[in-house]
Design a protein around this ligand. Structure first.
Ligand code: CDT
Length: 313
């Protein structure tokens, strides 16, 4: 018997600075209704899906940016999304910024995705592992990418959860460029990885990469899917947001590495695929039978070393 999970990648167009969370949640609910019409069981929304991509601006006092973060999930703004999804019997994955306050008053800021089951229960909240960009204001840039100022990296790493009658993992944006992200989940048997992203077309440190953004986006997700025998659902917030053009190209990738659905626009757009989770075994039990073929004793550098160490002369 096959295990078909019908998935919707709910791409968003831009969210401008002055757009209220309530108006964004209405857009998410509109996509949820489209998903329901297509028999979707799980909808995946992008990274930072409730607000504009605020790390493009620097503030000297980080607490001035606290209004971009959620303090709890669900909350008054997102409760209508949770209620409607539960009413429709659709699960979802939502990216947002989270501020967590400890009992002693210390605060931690994370870039997260929360996975919600069809009955409305929260499966898990994943915190982004690989935080790209820079820590300090770089005023000569056309726009900032100060994620390393605004977010702490996860200390928990990549989990895989039993949900949606399968094994589901999560990663966020820059995580998708690192093979280790997929492999750590592959080693937990992952069958579908959910990944929201915000990718500016203009890469300030090396503009020669600008025309390759779409190629690299597909390259990393297709290879990650194939090499680990897993579905990958990549979902963009695309279009021109506060003057910054961002990649669309949301896609659903099969365990074969083939793209089975891809967005045509950079706007709010739902793409859908019927994903047979049992297809993962075709790769996991053959060419990528980890237990039979992997040589972890040869890979020590991957976990013992961070940067490059050149061979001796
Ligand atoms: N949001 C995010 O992680 N974006 C990065 C941009 C890298 S450029 C600093 C990405 O990998 O797409």
């Amino acid at each position: 018997m096959s295990r078909i999970l019908t998935v919707g990648a709910a791409q968003l167009g831009p969210i401008q600075r002055d757009h209220s969370r309530a108006s964004v949640v209405q857009r998410l609910i509109a996509l949820l209704h489209q998903a329901h019409d297509h028999g979707v069981q799980l909808v995946v929304f992008p990274e930072l899906a409730l607000t504009t991509f605020f790390p493009r601006w620097f503030v000297d006092d980080i607490s001035e940016a606290d209004h971009w973060y959620e303090t709890s999930m669900p909350n008054a703004d997102t409760q209508p999304l949770f209620d409607e999804a539960k009413r429709l019997g659709i699960g979802f994955c939502l990216g947002y910024a989270l501020i967590h306050t400890e009992a002693d008053g210390t605060t931690h800021r994370y870039n997260v995705q929360t996975l919600v089951e069809r009955d409305g229960s929260i499966v898990a909240t994943y915190r982004k592992v690989h935080i790209p960009g820079h820590e300090h204001n770089e005023p000569d840039r056309p726009f900032q990418h100060a994620e390393r100022y605004y977010f702490e990296p996860s200390t928990e790493g990549f989990g895989v959860w039993r949900a949606f009658d399968g094994l589901i993992g999560m990663m966020i944006c820059n995580d998708r460029r690192w093979p280790e992200s997929y492999r750590v989940m592959g080693l937990q048997g992952v069958e579908m990885i959910l990944c929201g992203y915000n990718t500016p077309i203009h890469y300030v440190p090396d503009p020669s990469q600008d025309i390759l953004q779409g190629f690299h986006n597909a390259l990393v997700m297709q290879s990650g899917a194939y090499q680990n025998g897993t579905w990958v659902v990549g979902v963009a917030k695309g279009g021109v947001e506060e003057g910054v053009d961002s990649l669309g190209q949301s896609m659903i990738v099969a365990p074969s590495g083939q793209i089975v659905a891809e967005a045509l626009t950079t706007d709010d757009e739902l793409i859908v695929a019927r994903c047979d989770l049992d297809w993962c075994a075709r790769y996991k039990d053959t060419l990528f039978d980890f237990d039979r073929y992997r040589r972890p004793e040869m890979y020590g550098r991957i976990t013992s070393q961070r940067g490059t160490v050149l061979p001796n002369d």
